[in-house]
Design a protein around this ligand. Sequence first.
Ligand SMILES: NC(=O)c1ccc[n+]([C@@H]2O[C@H](COP(=O)([O-])OP(=O)(O)OC[C@H]3O[C@@H](n4cnc5c(N)ncnc54)[C@H](O)[C@@H]3O)[C@@H](O)[C@H]2O)c1
Length: 246
Amino acid sequence: MAARLSGKVAIVTGGSRSMGAATSRLFVDEGAEVVIADILDDEGLALAEELGAAARYVHLDVSDAEAWSALVADTVARHGRLDVLVNNAGVYRRAMIEDTTHELLDLHYKVNQLGVFLGMQAAFPAMRDSGGGSIINVSSISGLGASIAGHAAYGTTKWAVRGMTKYGAREFGRHGVRVNSTHPGFIDTVMLLENSEETNDNIPNLTPLGRRGTPEELARVSLWLASDESSYVNGAELTIDGGTSV
Ligand SMILES: NC(=O)c1ccc[n+]([C@@H]2O[C@H](COP(=O)([O-])OP(=O)(O)OC[C@H]3O[C@@H](n4cnc5c(N)ncnc54)[C@H](O)[C@@H]3O)[C@@H](O)[C@H]2O)c1
C-alpha cells in the first residue's frame, strides 16, 4: 500500500517534542518530507537526525511574522512545494481570571493565537501555488467550552483558533486549501505538568474512556486530515478527548 503522505511536504510547528514530535515522526513514516519548526533547538535537531533525510529542523518563533515568511520561502525553495501545515505550537499556564496578568494574556495571545494566524497567512499562498493543501490548527477542548476553571487566558486563544479555522476554511477553500481544527482533551505530554496533581489524578473520572490520550492518538488524526483521505473535510472541528467534552 502506498504511503499516505507520499510526495507531500509538511511544516509542523512545536514539532520538537510531545504531540508535534509524534506528528513529525508519523508523517515521515507515511512518506512526507517534514520541516520541524520550534524554539527548542536541541530537541528539534536530535529528532530531525533520528528521522533522517526526510526531516529537517528550523528554528521558528511562531509569533514572528518575518520568520514565517522566511520559513515558507525556504521550504518551497528546498522542497519545491508546501502541502501541509500543522499549527501545533502552544503554551499553557493556568490562572483564575482575577489573578491573570497582562503578561500572561499576552504570552498566550502571541503563541497560541497570533502564531496560528501568521502560519495560515504565510502558508496559504504557497499551498495555493502547489495546487492545494491542508492546514491543521491544534486547538483544545478548552476551545469548545469552559469546563475547567483557570483556563481563561489559554482557553480564549483556543476559541480563537477554532474561529480562525472557520474563516480560513471559508477563504481558502476555493483554492483547494482545507483548514480544520483538532480539539485534544487530556493528552499525556509535558504540558500536563502545568496541572495540579489533583487535576491529573482526576482525569480518568472526567473522561468516559477512563484514561489520558497519547501523542500518537492525536498524530493519527492529524495524519488523516493531512492526507487526501479527508479531501472533502473543510472547516471541521474534531475532538480527540476520549469523550471528556460530551
Ligand atoms: N497536552 C494536552 O493535554 C493538550 C490538550 C489540548 C491541547 N493541547 C495543545 O496541543 C499542542 C501541543 O501541546 P503538547 O501537549 O505537545 O505540549 P508541549 O508543551 O510538549 O509542546 C508544545 C511545543 O510548542 C513549542 N513552542 C512553544 N512556544 C513556541 C513558539 N513561540 N514558537 C514555536 N514553538 C513554540 C514548544 O517548544 C513545544 O515543543 C499545543 O497547542 C497545546 O495547546 C495540548
